[in-house]
Design a protein around this ligand. Structure first.
Ligand code: ATP
Ligand code: MG
Length: 568
């Protein structure tokens, strides 16, 4: 491709709306443009990389024996009403009506539609096992679309669904997808970790997420280098940690704590450690209210708590007015003693002695509180967020925690959708059985962003050859030099003829501008045809090399071809 003809609107300035590196770079390199919050267009370079990601996903899914098909994105409501998700998705689902007032949605994920398709089209148990997939645009009206392609409202997902006769079959289908995912993310050049995930709300018996470690990731992952255990925060069981307690048989005391609403304020006004306090947080769980208690230096994991409570909607912090009504105090002074709603205490709270809690009176706390004597939690369970330094639940080693970007998710669904929609089969003996399902997602567009987030330097993107929009770039340093232009053109043609996807920077720009752009858009290998071309010398530089090296012009094509082939 000739860069003089390429729609590649690179930007010098970092667009103000972009907060994270991948988003900045994808805008600056002219890969994507925003249409509305969480909705993007793909310009030529972005589209080429996107198609490559899709193709890698497709090849590996096919290799694992899955069959590709393509469902509609505009979907009638009925199947989602039958599964209950028409309501469960809440405001995340884009809903609309046709001219006849029939309900439709823009598909957020397709469990129901695949299940229905199998019900309608599979005639005999002999057709199972079967795994079907599609690479398709999904719609979710996310509460906080952000970070460019990371969390879009329109995004591309590969979603696959397996259909098996029994649990053993499901285990096999799941394993095949697991292996395919490992190959996919490896080919995409991503450094990833597989973590055990929570299967709470979706039901089902097992689930793993493929995570790319990154400080900008929105998911917490906990892992142990000693035994290889890895889980996301929701799933990671926290081992209660012992810590220094205030010893003695001390009497419960109500103390004044004017204006101390937070643990930090209490620590400085009472001169005690954060772990001698217990926080009491009031949540709305569907249509009731509950209180959660964790040690002052800990946080509540709302997914763990939600699963424990068994509510349908995500937990929400209670409105201040409700907190005032329930505690008869300003926000910040809630405590378990005399509180008239169910109290869920973290396991660590059960180990505490003579601790401090809110007194349900503005500007007052209780000190020397002891469970059993002063109050009794309704439930004691693991409801806290894991932290670096916790004990590994598997081997007792030390847990480390980090943020991760969820690029893929595999899930043993069991019979949730086949029961709800009636996907049954008659077995050999003519007995009716329920089909067992699994579902498997990859955020295709998110993968593209994750790759940029992980693979870049100060100058721009460092695409792996496998998903680079073009594999090589030929740069004539001085566009006014006929000799340089002619040699560059010849090399460009040679590379194209060898099947190397090559750019030639034939623009009338200064060499410096061309080098900057080549780095910004992250082309894996560059050949500069400069002054020394008269002596048969050009400059060769892989994107990851510190400095260019001089090589012979007539060996340049071969060297580029070799590099590309070795890294595909
Ligand atoms: P998240 O927790 O990030 O919202 P999810 O668990 O809801 O994701 P799934 O329903 O498991 O997502 O979807 C499968 C994959 O699709 C995810 O692993 C992720 O890579 C991708 N994905 C989900 N939501 C988005 C989004 N809003 N934008 C881009 N990719 C997404
Ligand atoms: Mg998920």
């Amino acid at each position: 491709m000739r860069m003089s003809k390429l729609l590649m609107p690179t930007l010098r300035e970092v667009p103000a709306e972009a907060e994270i590196t991948s988003h900045k770079l994808m805008l600056r390199a002219g890969l994507i443009r925003k249409l509305a919050a969480g909705i993007y267009s793909y310009l030529p370079l972005g589209l080429r990389s996107l198609k490559k990601v899709e193709q890698i996903v497709r090849e590996e899914m096919d290799r694992a024996g899955a069959q590709e098909l393509l469902m509609a994105a505009l979907l009638p409501a009925e199947a989602y009403q039958a599964s209950g998700r028409w309501e469960v998705f809440g405001p995340s689902m884009f809903k609309l009506k046709d001219r006849g007032e029939r309900d439709f949605c823009l598909g957020p994920t397709h469990e129901e539609i695949f299940t229905q398709t199998v019900i309608d089209n599979v005639r005999s148990y002999k057709e199972y096992p079967m795994t079907l997939y599609q690479i398709q645009t999904k719609y979710r009206d996310e509460g906080r679309p952000r970070f460019g392609l990371m969390r879009g409202r329109e995004f591309i997902m590969k979603d696959a669904y397996s259909f098996d006769l029994d649990e053993k079959g499901l285990d096999e289908s799941y394993k095949k997808m697991y292996e395919a995912y490992c190959r996919i993310f490896t080919r995409l050049g991503l450094d990833f970790t597989v973590v055990d995930a929570d299967s709470g709300a979706m039901g089902g018996s097992g689930s793993q997420e493929f995570m790319v470690k990154s400080p900008v990731g929105e998911d917490g992952i906990a892992y142990c280098d000693d035994c290889g255990y890895a889980a996301n925060y929701e799933k990671c069981e926290c081992i209660p940690a012992e810590c220094e307690q205030i010893e003695g048989d001390l009497e419960l005391e109500k103390i004044e704590t004017p204006n101390a609403h937070t643990i930090d304020e209490l620590v400085s006004s009472l001169g005690m450690a954060a772990h001698n306090f217990a926080k009491t947080i009031i949540y709305k769980a569907d249509d009731k209210y509950i209180a959660a208690m964790v040690r002052g230096d800990r946080d509540v994991n709302e997914v763990k708590l939600k699963n424990l409570v068994g509510c349908t909607d995500d937990l929400e912090l209670a409105e201040p007015a409700v907190v005032r009504e329930l505690t008869r105090a300003q926000v910040g002074f809630a405590g378990p003693i005399g509180l008239d709603i169910p109290v869920y205490a973290d396991k660590e709270v059960a180990l505490m002695k003579n601790f401090v809690v809110g007194a349900n009176v503005t500007d007052m706390h209780y000190k020397n509180v002891n469970i059993g004597r002063d109050f009794e939690p309704d439930t004691i369970a693991d409801i806290r967020v894991v932290v670096t330094g916790d004990k590994c639940p598997k081997c007792g080693g030390t847990i480390k925690s980090e943020q991760g970007i969820e690029v893929g998710h595999i899930f043993k669904l069991g019979t949730k959708y086949s029961e709800a929609l009636g996907l049954k089969y008659l077995d050999e003996s003519g007995k009716q059985q329920t089909v067992i399902m699994g579902c498997y997602g990859i955020g295709v567009t998110r993968c593209l962003a994750a790759a940029v987030e992980q693979l870049h330097d100060d100058n721009g993107i460092i695409w792996p050859v496998s998903i680079a929009p073009y594999q090589a770039i030929v740069v004539p340093a001085n566009y006014k030099s006929e000799e340089q232009m002619a040699a560059a053109e010849k090399l460009y043609e040679e590379l194209n003829a060898a099947g190397i996807e090559t750019l030639i920077d034939d623009r009338s720009e200064r060499a410096g501008v061309k080098f900057k752009d080549a780095d910004l858009i992250g082309i894996p290998v560059r050949v500069v045809v400069g002054k020394k071309v008269g002596d048969g010398i050009v400059e060769y530089k892989e994107r990851t090399m510190e400095k260019a090296e001089e090589i012979k012009l007539d060996e340049a094509a071969e060297k580029v071809i070799e590099f590309v082939k070795a890294n595909l």
